[in-house]
Design a protein around this ligand. Sequence first.
Ligand SMILES: [Zn+2]
Length: 68
Amino acid sequence: MLQGQVIAHFSAGRLVMLYFVKDNVIHKFPVPQRCGVKRDNEMLRDTIPYTVEKCVYCLNRWPGDDKD
Ligand SMILES: [Zn+2]
């Protein structure tokens, strides 16, 4: 039952962004080159908690982001 729900979530045609928290700062995954943080065993998640700082390199929009 739970597995079926996960599959439905990812097949909805929606792009799922992934993040991880390191040292109380949230980063995007995969990590953009300009950030350079190294993810070790931090858990990936698809929501941003309100209790952490946001990495400016990962969470801000930068010139050239649309080219990828
Ligand atoms: Zn970052």
